[in-house]
Design a protein around this ligand. Structure first.
Ligand code: HEM
Length: 567
């Protein structure tokens, strides 16, 4: 910060001297010209008057500059700095940018929560490729399908890196976890391990775990007796239970949970608390020295707890003493993720270190959160549009019937349900800015120069809600996706990202979301808790959740009541 400030002072002092000199030179030149013309016996009095006027203007400007300098040198600093930067910006062919980037904080003063809304406003003013400064960091904001395509195809390798942010350092094992790792051999190795686990075959192996978790949720809801249920926490607990069952064969939420579960819940709650505190502050150097010092310590403490917890699960599995829940133990013919990774560790210990296994466990858990948030948006949207809920229910009745529960393998035969999920992900993408990327070398986007080390934010929220690309966009209309199966709609819809760093959990997430919502609407009639529409305002993320938790009531459908008693 000190260097930046000194640089600014030197720049302003030089700029001030230069400006004064320029004014003096102009004055001098005009004086010469005036004398020359008067020598030739000025014929045009108007011309002479204009010369005099200009001389007077220059003299006033010079004195004004001196006055401002004496009265408020800072005002002069800023004016000269802003004009200088703007010129410099233009000459270098950098993308358009809001004029006033304040020293130290840059454009951070323009941003509010939720961030994607502020960035949308900036895109409306400065176009689909805009450059901002978050403190000392350059940030490229892209908000059109064409520009996004350019970043994720032609420049895919250039942008395949992730920026070094606090969360990646302290929670991502010093940038070695899959989501935070820089593009390179280590990332490729992790990605190929995770791709195998999350491949269609890998997911099929663990599908019974997910189905069991959903059945257990249906049981619990059937016992709610028409009382209102907090669906936000219900979805969150469901996805965490399913995630931990796949990872370690454990469930931590529900009835009869023990001490280990309480420890796990504390870690999850703490993760939320801490993740909300890093945000923009980390781009402002003086905050990093002052306020963020505490955040760093909190992150370190959290990571220590998380690491110890995950290690205890690995140790338990290694010693063969995993205490599984009775349902899991009974149904488990398959290995948990930890068991699979430990057996690979025996063959290739260098590739499958304990740290690698723990970071993969964390990635699986992070993904569960985004799935839960999406389920909440989908159910909220359907509760606000009962006719859509009925249509999805009718499709399930016709395709699956009332004699068995929906399964993940039914999803390809339920296009309307899938369209409802897609339309929700269009209007309310839980990753509205994807995950930040960073350029490893200079490149061009939209004809502008993008310098090395620029953070890339793709404003998916803006693209997916831009009237240029979507008809009737304010209306929740799943029908727009009907008949579009397997059609890639350019880069105007990509809730899971695209390119080298696209989401690895897409199939798992779509399977779990479809299975859960399909089962909920197959077995229950759903209602809002009042006549008021559900508030669809988004809170700050990531992931982008609803600002208000979702409460709803459900009562078992008579046609499927047998299914619930036998589920
Ligand atoms: C509705 C649910 C989900 C949504 C909307 C979602 C969305 C995303 C997005 C937008 C990205 C960033 C893409 C980019 O940087 O361009 C991402 C990355 C990632 N997601 Fe997901 N995700 C979901 C669920 C999951 C699940 C369930 C898992 C794992 C079990 C998962 C694993 C990952 C991983 C590992 C990455 C980082 C990939 C990399 O950096 O190489 N996601 N996800």
């Amino acid at each position: 910060m000190v260097i930046q400030f000194l640089r600014l002072l030197v720049f302003c002092a030089i700029a001030k001297q230069l400006l004064l000199k320029i004014v003096e030179v102009i004055q001098f030149l005009f004086l010469l010209a005036f004398l020359e013309i008067s020598k030739r016996h000025l014929q045009d009095a108007r011309e002479a008057f204009q010369f005099l006027l200009f001389l007077a203007f220059c003299a006033i400007a010079k004195h004004l500059l001196r006055l401002i300098w004496t009265v408020n040198p800072f005002l002069l600093f800023f004016t000269v700095y802003a004009i200088g930067m703007r010129l410099f910006h233009k000459i270098r062919n950098l993308p358009p940018s809001p004029s006033l980037a304040l020293p130290v904080i840059g454009h951070l003063y323009l941003l509010r929560n939720p961030l994607h809304r502020s960035l949308s406003w900036i895109s409306r003013q400065y176009g689909p490729v805009a450059l901002l400064r978050f403190g000392p960091r350059r940030v490229l904001v892209v908000s059109s399908p064409d520009a996004a395509e350019e970043c994720l195809t032609k420049n895919d390798v250039v942008f395949a890196n992730r920026p070094c942010l606090l969360a990646g350092k302290h929670l991502g094992y010093n940038y070695t976890s899959l989501a935070w790792s820089p593009y390179g051999d280590h990332w490729q190795n992790l990605r190929s391990i995770a791709s195998k686990i999350l491949s269609a075959d890998g997911l099929l192996t663990l599908s019974s775990i997910r189905a069991d978790e959903v059945k257990s949720l249906l049981h619990r809801l059937a016992r709610s007796g028409g009382q209102s249920v907090n669906m936000t926490s219900t979805f969150f607990e469901l996805t965490l239970n399913a995630g931990m069952q796949m990872i370690a064969g454990k469930r931590y939420y529900g009835e009869n949970v023990g001490e280990e579960a309480i420890k796990f819940m504390e870690i999850v709650t703490e993760s939320f608390r801490v993740s909300g505190t890093t945000k923009m502050g980390e781009f402002v150097p003086f905050l990093r020295w002052m306020g963020l010092k505490g955040v760093k310590e909190k992150l370190l403490a959290l990571q220590k707890k998380r690491d110890e917890f995950m290690q205890s699960l690995i140790d338990e599995s290694q010693s063969g003493g995993a205490k599984e829940s009775p349902e899991a133990a009974e149904g488990r013919k398959k290995k948990t993720l930890i068991q699979v990774l430990l057996s690979l560790q025996e063959i290739e210990p260098e590739c499958y270190k304990d740290e690698t296994i723990k970071s993969l466990m964390q990635v699986m858990l992070t993904g569960t959160d985004t799935s839960a948030a999406t389920m909440e948006w989908v159910l909220s949207a359907m509760l606000n549009h009962p006719e859509i809920l009925k249509k999805a229910q009718a499709e399930i009745d016709e395709v699956v019937g009332h004699d068995r529960l929906v399964s993940e393998s039914d999803l390809p035969k339920l296009p309307y349900l899938r369209s409802v999920i897609k339309e929700t992900m269009r209007m309310y993408p839980v990753g509205p800015l994807l995950v930040p990327h960073e350029s490893v070398e200079e490149c061009r986007v939209g004809g502008y120069r993008v310098l090395r080390g620029t953070i890339l934010l793709i404003n998916l929220f803006y693209i997916q809600n831009d009237p240029k690309y979507w008809d009737d966009l304010a209306n929740f209309k799943p029908e727009r996706f009907e008949g579009m199966e397997g059609v890639r709609d350019g880069y105007k819809m990509m809730p899971f990202g695209s390119g080298r760093r696209h989401c690895l959990g897409e199939n798992l997430a779509i399977g779990m979301i479809g299975l859960t919502l399909g089962s909920l609407i197959q077995c229950f009639e759903w209602n809002r808790i009042s006549n008021d529409l559900i508030d669809m305002t988004e809170g700050s993320g990531p992931p982008m959740r609803k600002a208000q938790p979702l409460w709803a009531t459900c009562s078992p459908r008579s046609a499927t009541s047998d299914l619930l008693s036998g589920a």
